[in-house]
Write a protein that binds this ligand. Structure first.
Ligand code: HEM
Length: 157
């Protein structure tokens, strides 16, 4: 059982790195690069970025959340209702609500905004791209809040 929890933990952190790391990279690197690119390059690259992101992020997000819940339940500290009423248990619940919120924002706000940008006329793409990037930037606040919960949980709170 010990090595199973170690594997769960490792898979949880790797999928979280892909999901959260991808959002940060979008805000700090790929987004600004797309805004500086020529219209032709922006159109072509953002199409492929969007198509791949739409495949990778929902899977990484779902894995992060499901593995996180299983890790919390099997980790021993929230495997009962009493455990859920402890500071650690409350942090797990807050992390779950926030993470599901971030997942929903990605799927139903950022995804469609990126698709609108890709389908738009080249002249309309810059403004639609900057709106989509604003949504990605807002998403990072959600990620940071969940990450804060992880740090608290690391120290038993
Ligand atoms: C954006 C979403 C998330 C990210 C980026 C994330 C990231 C992380 C990281 C980096 C760790 C390792 C912390 C350390 O050991 O120092 C961790 C641990 C953990 N995560 Fe998450 N996580 C996320 C969502 C969740 C959710 C939704 C749950 C459960 C509801 C969860 C449950 C856990 C648990 C139980 C641990 C082990 C903490 C411990 O007791 O040491 N995570 N997570």
């Amino acid at each position: 059982m010990y090595w199973f929890i170690v594997a769960l933990y490792a898979l949880h952190v790797i999928s979280a790195i892909v999901w959260f790391g991808g959002g940060l990279t979008g805000v700090l690197i790929t987004g600004p690069a797309l805004q500086r690119a020529s219209a032709g390059a922006r159109g072509e690259v953002s199409f492929h970025l969007g198509a791949l992101a739409h495949k990778v992020y929902p899977v990484a997000g779902t894995m992060t959340i499901v593995l996180g819940v299983v890790l919390a339940l099997l980790g021993g500290r929230v495997s009962s209702l009493e455990g859920l009423a402890t500071p650690y248990g409350i942090t797990v619940i807050v992390a779950l609500i926030l993470a599901v919120g971030v997942w929903t924002w990605g799927e139903f706000v950022i995804g469609p905004a990126m698709q609108r940008m890709q389908k738009a006329q080249p002249a309309d793409r810059p403004s639609l791209l900057s709106r989509a990037l604003k949504y990605v930037a807002l998403e990072q606040f959600g990620f940071l809040a969940v990450f804060g919960c992880m740090v608290l949980m690391r120290f038993g709170v």
